[in-house]
Write a protein that binds this ligand. Structure first.
Ligand code: HEC
Length: 148
């Protein structure tokens, strides 16, 4: 029994050690999906006629990402995790500011989905600009700018 407990502790400890790098992967996978969904919205609104089905489906994906995002930044998942990440340390040193940016995005994602359900092209374009502004707002403060 004691051996089993020891093994359990060991497994638990290694899971904790592995966690930050896994968290970075989960985050980046999620952000890539979010990026693809946002691009699909832009594409869906690029022509004269909005591609409503594509846009509504992508709006749902953005909404899903928004509902998961608060779990994507656990403590220890910054550069100190050793994983390749562009997440700035300010995410964890200025949590209130970071949360405010995340809340703006979550609200804009919900608004976009509502507008997308209405199917009006001009309204969707305006809501997409607002949504995109919340991505940029957070990236400007909390993502290391790309060098390439
Ligand atoms: C609350 C902050 C925040 C919001 C809101 C946000 N992002 Fe990001 N995003 C980040 C951070 C931080 C990174 C860097 C993550 C990393 O490298 O670990 C990032 C990285 C990304 C990446 C790059 C992933 C990769 O390949 O490395 C994409 C794409 C992306 N975001 C798209 C979006 C889009 C599209 C939106 C809006 C619809 C958005 N993000 C909203 C914080 C945010």
């Amino acid at each position: 029994m004691r051996k089993l407990v020891g093994l359990a502790c060991l497994l638990w400890a290694s899971a904790v050690v592995a966690a930050p790098a896994d968290a970075v992967k989960t985050r980046i996978d999620g952000l890539r999906e979010l990026g693809a969904a946002f691009k699909a919205i832009r594409d869906g609104l690029a022509g004269d006629e909005p591609q409503t089905i594509l846009i509504q489906q992508s709006a749902r994906q953005v909404r899903n990402a928004a509902s998961q995002m608060s779990g994507w930044f656990p403590a220890g998942s910054g550069a100190e995790s050793g994983a390749k990440t562009s997440a700035k340390a300010e995410i964890w040193t200025q949590p209130a500011r970071f949360k405010a940016d995340m809340d703006s995005f979550v609200a804009a994602a919900a608004r976009f989905q509502k507008v997308a359900a209405g199917g009006d092209g001009a309204a969707m374009r305006a809501a997409m600009a607002d949504l995109g502004g919340t991505c940029k707002g957070c990236h400007d403060s909390f993502r290391v700018p790309r060098t390439s």
